[in-house]
Design a protein around this ligand. Sequence first.
Ligand code: ADP
Ligand code: MG
Length: 354
Amino acid sequence: MAKNEDQIPERTDVNELGEFGLIKHLTDRFPINKPSTIKGIGDDAAVVDYESRKVIFSTDMLVEGIHFDLMYTPLRHLGYKAVVVNLSDIIAMNARPEQITVSIAISNRFSVEALEELYDGIYKACAFYNVDLVGGDTTSSPKGLIISVTAIGSAAEEKITYRDTAKIGDIICITGNLGSAYLGLQILEREKQLFLSNPGIQPDLEEQNYLISRQLKPEARIDMFELFEKNDLVPSSMIDISDGLASELFHICSQSNVGAYIEESGIPIHPDAEQMAVTFKMDPVTCALSGGEDYELLFTIHPGDLEKVRFLPDIYIAGEIVEKSDGINLHTTGGNLHPIIAQGWNHFSKTDNK
Ligand code: ADP
Ligand code: MG
């Protein structure tokens, strides 16, 4: 279990620095690397210049108790993840992320040291994905932590990929593997319950490193964005898989006014996820369809582009876009056709259950 930030011996109260001092303290070491950043932190607003390229931006908010649990989420990982989930949205538009802003609301439970950890993670993500932190907002909250990140990116107009442009006959592709982040979460939840019922027990998480890291430290597929660019490939539609394959497939199909079929054997699942699903008495394919937070990409390509993707690493051909009237179906390895129902990863029902 991660140590609660209250247990960290060094504890500087946020009020000792004051709002401006705190912002300076947290953001001072962030460099500006992008030529497109004209003005970063320090003025009333940031300024960027993308010349003739289009501006793509997206915001996500993470709320303690709804989207993360600090009992097993180290603040460093949370900072990293908060950035990554936003970059993933920009990449899903086939755009290059360039800047972010970070806004936080914090209760007095959080010390300067705890916020340093959060910003350590944000720093690592900015460095890895080569984006500039150019602004944000800092305020207090009566309870818990809220973190909202806005990501800004750019793309040539003709390269932008939407959800509503899949065409009948297009080939459906998936990157990486699905269900791992969900199973990682199941492991962490299980260990949390064990810990709560017997705090003396130390969890043994070593063996499940891969699944847990998929939950705690997801990555956005910027490598795919670069691979597409290098191979001169523009997907006909694209979405990032944050809520499970089923839910994302529904978004593409309903917005594009088409149906789809997916080959069960075409859904990439990591061997560790296969095994852990069995341990939890779950179906691995269901975990891939309905488990959230993998941040892989679901995209379609024109059939004429098949040769471009066929031999690219970590891209799996999973099915085809069909007429709307054919619905959205899973073609099982047993040869049956099952309608896929859109049960994404619903944060609202999750809280209702608490
Ligand atoms: P304003 O009063 O104009 O909203 P602030 O005092 O909130 O300005 O912020 C001062 C500067 O610091 C601005 O450039 C703002 O974007 C930036 N900033 C504020 N909070 C954060 C934060 N949590 N992370 C990064 N930058 C921040
Ligand atoms: Mg402000």
